[in-house]
Design a protein around this ligand. Structure first.
Ligand code: MD3
Ligand code: FE
Length: 195
């Protein structure tokens, strides 16, 4: 698995619509929530998950958990999503977590590293739906140089190898730039091997 791979327009409009419906079904059984970070502030991004592990945060810290805050297990990762993973990273282990991030017009995600997974040799796959997002990718050390990239509905991003520990975040979305969802907003699906 090499570095950062961007596949603009990987998904057709029909595939994007089907995927958005699959995500709605996840959110019916595992409602979106705003994680509280260890600093005590609610994140502006609302989240839920599918798969064996979901990502949660509270005063205690960030972690993968086997159940939604409601206590119910996370829904299964939809077959439509698993098919994308197999197509872009055929050599990887099966994903154990599908994080669903929902960005309203004002939501953002600060620069951070993804390092809570046990096996960092496994790639991360991200799928964008809805409004365009200004994605920023930096370096392994905090404060290094960074590059910006617009992620659009139907784009797929693969991070592996040397890109796996790069700082990254979402500076802002462009509300109303896509007609896919029922209103402004962006959905990002992040697929990971966790254990
Ligand atoms: C680069 N989500 O949930 S996905 C996250 O669009 C997260 O919601 C963003 O960062 C979003 O942790 C970005 C793209 C992404 C995901 C994982 C990465 C980029 C990455 C891991 C390493 C380097
Ligand atoms: Fe991340």
């Amino acid at each position: 698995m090499r570095g950062l791979l961007h596949y603009p327009g990987w998904l057709s409009s029909d595939e994007q619509r089907a995927l958005a419906e699959d995500v709605r079904q996840i959110a019916v059984r595992a409602p979106l929530f705003s994680p509280i970070t260890p600093s005590g502030k609610a994140m502006s991004v609302r989240m839920t998950s599918a798969g064996r592990f979901g990502w949660t945060a509270d005063r205690q810290g960030y972690r993968y958990a086997p159940a939604h805050p409601s206590g119910l297990p996370w829904p299964a990762i939809p077959e439509s999503v698993l098919a994308i993973w197999r197509a872009v990273v055929p050599e990887a282990r099966a994903p154990e977590s599908c994080l669903v991030n929902f960005y309203g017009p004002e939501a953002r995600m600060g620069l951070h590293q993804d390092r809570d997974e046990r096996d960092l040799s496994q790639p991360v796959v991200s799928i964008s739906l809805g409004d365009d997002a200004l994605f920023r990718i930096g370096s392994e050390t905090r404060g290094g140089p960074s590059q910006s990239l617009w992620l659009r509905s139907g784009d797929v991003l693969v991070m592996g190898g040397e890109a796996r520990l790069l700082h990254h975040g979402i500076d802002r979305i462009a509300p109303g730039s896509s007609m896919l969802l029922r209103g402004p907003g962006r959905i990002n699906l992040t697929l990971r091997v966790v254990s």
